[in-house]
Design a protein. Sequence first.
Length: 313
Amino acid sequence: MAHPDELAALDLHPVWTTAEDPAGAFDPFRFEQRMAAYRLMIDNTNPADRFGADNRRNPLWGLAFQHQWQFRTGRLGAGTRQDGRIDPDSPWGYGNYALCVVPWLAAAAAGVVPALPVADPPARSRFRYVVDGVLPDEFVGAVDDWCAYFTLVGGGGPADPEPARRALWKAHKTCLDVVVGVLAEVDTAPWPELEVEFLRGWCRMVDYLWAAAWPTDFDFMTAHGLDVLPESVLATREDVRALPAKARGNVVNVLRLATTPRWRYHLDLLLWKRVMRTREARDRVLPLLDAVFDPRPENAAERRRLLGHLLRP
């Protein structure tokens, strides 16, 4: 596990150190239970120190940090920060369900975590969840992809972390493809339309991260992933303008992605996937992604590198 002093400095620390492991059943509509599920999956996927003696290279850290951001910023429901209950009608809560319960079920099938019953949602919802132990059909392929991930990392021994990252991102994308399809069909009111637009755009941005096998280990997340997203729900354009410069720039890019025509989005993603074919390009993902989304004189050299990677046979 990451060094206790490093964890203690983060707002993740209290829930990470006090949440009780699921026992008897896993209730995914409680914030603490989802965090405990992540902790178990992280703790139990480091055989023979595959991801280092302190497990800091484990790529599952990114999901835990993302969930903490959703909790901290009120995106899991109006009362979640007070009582820990996740609103089953929260769009972000549903998206995280796909990235917590689905991998949990795969981890259970792989013997990584206990095969506990998954609790039903506390009320009827606009979204489809596990009910009476039955997984919605749309998530079956995602469970298969997560099973492939847990099988890969179960071998143990220090190893190149990139194959694990790529397997994780494949499963991650399969989950979010389901989420994107559902969001296009359901009525998300009373959540602000701008916030839902941001979520749709974020799902598209994640496709760029998937293509690059974006690092999601402890060190990368704490260095590059904790101050890049908005700390409040976005209701109006004024909320966007009021953000700190770094988060505002990212939010503007994500919202622009959300409204990009599908043909243009798929074309741009196809080109980005071509750029990311090589390990050399993936190792430079930070400056190359910056060159794509924020072209300016200072990153002209990176834009030339983009072109070189794109044209390479």
